[in-house]
Ligand binder design. Sequence first.
Ligand SMILES: [Zn+2]
Length: 452
Amino acid sequence: MPAIATNDKTYTSCKAASWPSYSLGQELKPQAPDRELRQMLSEVDPKRIEANIRKLVSFGTRHTLSTQTDPKRGIGAARDWIASEMSKYAEKSGGRMTVTVPSMIQPVASRVPFPVKLSNVLATIKGSEEPERVYVITGHYDSRVTDVLDYESDAPGANDDASGTALVIELARILSTRQPKATIILGAVAGEEQGLLGSAFLAQSLKNSSTNVEGMLNNDIVGSSTGDRGQRDPFTVRLFAQGPPLTESAPVTARRLQIGGENDSPARELGRFAVEVAANEATQMNIAMIYRLDRFLRGGDHSSFLAAGFPAIRFTEPNENFNHQHQDLRTVNGTVFGDLIEFVDFDFTARVGRVNLATLWSLANAPGMVKNVTVDTSTLGNDSKLDWVVDERVGDYEVVWRSTISPFWTNVIRVGKVGSVTLPLSKDNVIFGVRAVGKNGYRSPAVLPFPA
Ligand SMILES: [Zn+2]
């Protein structure tokens, strides 16, 4: 089956979104990966991802409440193995990458009947130019069966979420040999199945230290493209992105609604960014962006980051088979239940890894999001005046826009290294965004202007 990346070809062609027409600027073309990024994408190895998943499955169960002292079985052994793998890469990184295992004692909670030590495994690559700007990627390494409190039965969790964890470990290997401009944290988090506990611990720690997290990518259930009706979609990954942030103040939310900005949350701008830089022939993937926090009845670790006020999105396979998630291992009338490795497609997970790598690398080498972006609404008029704060490190600025009913940015105009521009295009009819262009050509995610 040919891999066809359709996002870039249908990017601006939505006919319903073609008004108003104008001669200003250009049609927006997605940012193509440069030679260095293409090289990195080619290094994502399905065989290594398979080996990582096999190893994670070999611990029998990785339930958060399982043993932490057995050297071969349980979440403690899994934690130690992940830390040792990442440490191997860190040793060869020339000091760029460090590995830590922050832990806490999780008190009794609704899915935690006794206090338990909870550990995340984090590999941090310090940025060379803006180390204070941070991007986070996670998979969760804990697993479960039907009963969320059953911590003794075998819970292979091959897809949920050894796939996401294996992808993160593989990206740590590749990124350990590179030098991004901003900082990247690659995390294997625990306690997801017991209530997003490990990711909440990580997100709150970053919030408490006032860390500037400009994007978080959650990879949870990225191991298969085949659904329960046998439907296959091996070249598509879903991207879930929430609308208005729950952490905004009531006046800001009211203003957002007033200006039609409900579809331009930081999470959705992050999602649009990922579609622009990572759906292409180099990743061989389409990205199906879904304007929703998550699937019905399900949650994920990006929610912990959204709750801390950070832009966060979730990648998940296109078609799920619920017989292979959260299930006791059994066969009933010929139907196999259980999250077994035989249902994982390692090539698919590798492609999802490339989508994440393209997104992360493009974020970490672009300028940060533009600050204090405003639109002048002090007088009536058919021009639009936008203002923002100039960062001396940035090469240039661009204004992007689209029809209010278009999903992606469709038009762009380069405006130079300025902090203000007036365009002959009515703010009443389009949605504007402002983004920075680095001296290397990398572009930041766009920022929606609010009235000054
Ligand atoms: Zn999961």
